[in-house]
Ligand binder design. Sequence first.
Ligand SMILES: CC(C)(COP(=O)(O)OP(=O)(O)OC[C@H]1O[C@@H](n2cnc3c(N)ncnc32)[C@H](O)[C@@H]1OP(=O)(O)O)[C@@H](O)C(=O)NCCC(=O)NCCS
Length: 214
Amino acid sequence: MPHTPSADAARARFATATTTHLSGPLTADVRLDLVDTATWEQHNQALWDDAGDRGPAFDLRRAMTEDEQARAMDLEAALTPTLSHRVLLYAGDQVIGAYWGMQENWQRYYMVYSVVARAWQGRGIYSALLRRVLAAATEAGFREIYSRHGADNNAVLVPKLKAGFKLAAMEVAPRFGVLVHLRYFPGEGMRQVAEHRIDGRHAAALRARGLPIG
Ligand SMILES: CC(C)(COP(=O)(O)OP(=O)(O)OC[C@H]1O[C@@H](n2cnc3c(N)ncnc32)[C@H](O)[C@@H]1OP(=O)(O)O)[C@@H](O)C(=O)NCCC(=O)NCCS
């Protein structure tokens, strides 16, 4: 029987996966809390200022007229709210990290941003968070998980490549400069297709799935 798509089923699956994987204890010292956007933003700037020396992103409003900004804001207001995760990381009552991710289009989950306070870096906190995010997005049903990072930002590229992300593209972004795009495919078939595109692996398995591979 053909499947009848259901937004309610997607929302319910997303909510269950979110509570299961992105709340409660993360490590012995750190726990995850789901928060609203305003609370998340209250903490985020201080975390970013503390966490590293990535240099400022350009505020693109300075490059736009007031009218251009107003029309762009109207378009943003016309977007329906997407499924998203706003997470703060706590050690006791201290906020020591933040994470934001969201559905970007039909089948793609976008890991927008992560930060861990400098004093807590290098202890595997991001790697643990990444495993949880992958579990939440996978159980929600996304076909691919996507992110963009400064091309020299090894602190985030290394753990992501170790977790199975693949390099997918490069971009010169007006706001950030040179970025690389990463993708992770939760499903075995999609992972095989992606790896086949890289070095020809899995040809027989993909042929058996009916893909036209010579
Ligand atoms: C990116 C960031 C979140 C990583 O957090 P973290 O908790 O320190 O990461 P982890 O401790 O889990 O490190 C993961 C792995 O990356 C490696 N790594 C960390 N920094 C590295 C660096 N500069 N170069 C190479 N590898 C690095 C670690 O050795 C570790 O590998 P291991 O498990 O084999 O030891 C943190 O550095 C940060 O907040 N940076 C500033 C904000 C930022 O750039 N965020 C990403 C933009 S979206």
